[in-house]
Design a protein around this ligand. Sequence first.
Ligand code: PAF
Length: 291
Amino acid sequence: MKIIKKISTMQSISDELRKNNKIIGFVPTMGALHKAHIAIIRKARKENDIVVVSIFVNPLQFGPKEDYKKYPRPINQDLDICKKENVDFVFYPSVKEMYPYGKSFTYVEVKKFRGILCDKFRPGHFCGVSTVVAKLFNIVKPHKAYFGEKDYQQLKIILRMVKDLNFDIKIIPVPTVREDDGLAYSSRNLYLSLKEREVAGNIYKSLIYCKNLILNRKFKSIKKCIEEAKNYLHKMLSNVEHSIQYFEVYDDNLDVVNNNIDKIPKNTKLRIFAAVYIGTTRLIDNLGFKI
Ligand code: PAF
């Protein structure tokens, strides 16, 4: 496994690999790798000749009051994982290498899937994500790139960007990987205290609860199902400090669905989304199903 820190080196390596007809699979990450990353790397390993993982905590996608400084950076552990998973190249640039002027003068702004869910509460976040992912695509030059469905809005934005800017890259979504109690793997789970961790699996349980209310037509309206699921979640989290930032239902394309469940066409794919603070840790999750 080779660790590459320079953009020009990574680009030359990818050019050479492509010349030799090697299929490059790319897994962009911010490090602090966990089981969900490993599942993504393994999928990429199976489906490509060469696997490149990037590890870069991208300052552009953090708000001024967010956790950029304290974001975990266990680089030695991450490199060990990559080695064990037979990754061929780890692209591990410095902030200076990626943003030599301290900031970017050019941004990639995807104007769809905005004003809702995480975008409503993290202004500028997705612009930071699409900008760095576009840069990484131009650096790693992959044939395929892998993104987890836990960050569903991010996935939709990247799919849109690839289409609109004609990147010749196939985006492969990877289903969310969960701990035994249902908590979606996230680098931010490391912030949870023992007591918080004990109840965090209830976020996923509340999504399932909401899904069942909808599927069993327990109430006529989506809003009422959401309200009940939020009550359930508040109850399950009652012994820790918490707040629900959003709990919403959209269709699979992030379009608004009819509030009257009976008016939603059969076989529509719905997705329930939640962002929840447990203590000071913000966790997101989502659950897709057909009505
Ligand atoms: O999902 C992430 O880890 C990040 O948003 C990404 C895609 C690596 C861009 O920094």
